[in-house]
Ligand binder design. Sequence first.
Ligand code: G4P
Length: 526
Amino acid sequence: MSKITEEISRRRTFAIISHPDAGKTTLTEKLLLFGGAIHIAGAVKSNKIKKTATSDWMEIEKQRGISVATSVMGFNYGDYKINILDTPGHQDFAEDTYRTLTAVDSVIIVVDVAKGVEQQTRKLMEVCRMRNTPVIIFVNKLDREGRDPFEILDELESELKIDVRPLSWPINIGAKFKGVYNIYEETLDLFTPDKQKVSERVEIEDLNDPRIDEAVGEADARKLRDDIELIEGVYPDFDENAYLAGRLAPVFFGSALNTFGVKELLDCFVKIAPSPKPVVAQERQVEPSEDNFSGFVFKIHANMDPNHRSCIAFVKVCSGKFERNAPYRHIRSGKIMKFAAPTAFMAQKKNIVDEAYPGDIVGIPDNGNFKIGDTLTEGEILHYKGLPSFSPEMFKYIENTDPMKSKQLEKGIQQLMDEGVAQLFVNQFNGRKIIGTVGQLQFEVIQYRLLHEYGAQCRWEPLSLYKACWIESDDAEALEAFKKRKHQFMAMDREGRDVFLADSNYVLQMAQSDFPKIKFHFSSEY
Ligand code: G4P
């Protein structure tokens, strides 16, 4: 095996996603503990913006600052190199999460056993489904009272629209929680509430081993055997290919806080999760093992210090070997660039790196050259696609309040949009600029940053819209007719694509039934 294929095959690049509070941060921390990347629990600062802080702007700044450090967490586990890409917990930054999902090869979804599938989980799963991303589910907080595991499985299947297959099974729940039987490995782990230590393993031959009865009591042992029999009867054997194709999600149970069921999850994960896959560029499919380096920018993190308006562009290596100081072509501008100080993220530290392989993320210091979605190569013209924009949830007109600073405002808006902070639409009827976000917080972020980084002042004007949808049609006449009829509600996105602004669900439904030749898309990737 060549060095590069060896490096690729040992890489696992993934994200942990969940509805806020399900336990994403805790699970991430425990995985880092197993990887030796940290030594005590509590070392990982949560990147989530606590609910109490939503109106406290400086607190958000601080927390966003922390999230640079935890954006990518790389560590070695056995023969594997693991890269966990962090995603913001706060749903107002959901767009960031969607983009991060374009840079991973698989995901782990954390679900709270008491709450089941929640809204944010559903949305994130939709994004995974669009890309057929392989998904493993971790049902968390078994040490607390929660729902029946069979009920949870049914809910996962129906709500997340994916087949499921339990690979571990809990013995009781809440105060009576005794442990987890690992169906995949046929082992039994007993629960000992402890935030630092790994669980205790009971040596067993198979499910009929009397040592199970000794360990958990006869009644629970019987229930476990019945449950497993039921599972084996209802669920087909675990099919790794169905998992890799994104059709089947293995499910694990445990308690992240107590480090319980986490190692089982990790051990199975490294075995079955995919190594970096080929990536589809507009021009062709690119294999990770190709000799020439290529990669794309999936995230830009602004420096919150107003005196240094520098950013870090996060580049996912898609093929070949990335090398420090090598000349790479920035496809959008055609410029050749060299990077003297690229950083990688290992064991919680940001270090300058000399090389990186497919699946790795490299941080490149930048001052305004990069835009989300930009491709870098050794020369070949490639455009990586698949950084979707979704219809925002909230819309406001942005107005300049300082006529002397209109240039600064314009520049600030463009750069913030390049970073992917929000989406800009221009109403074709009145020429006004509309900013679309997924949450109120982003309006505050934009206003604050425009003022502090660009010296521009803006004010928001309310705009009541239900959705912005990208429209297209095979029938040019029908498209023109639609645009004419709806001219007051037509806008353009930054790429010059037609967007219909529907002010209510009713209006949207009427438009869909009145104009059957028009296709309405709720994401820009269609
Ligand atoms: P998130 O990143 O998905 O938002 O969730 P996070 O890990 O921050 O966990 C949310 C809360 O749930 C935290 O409590 C955390 O300690 C708790 N938690 C996580 N895993 C488990 C588990 O297995 N069992 C139990 N009982 N609780 C769990 P918090 O009080 O909100 O925060 P903290 O002050 O403890 O950090």
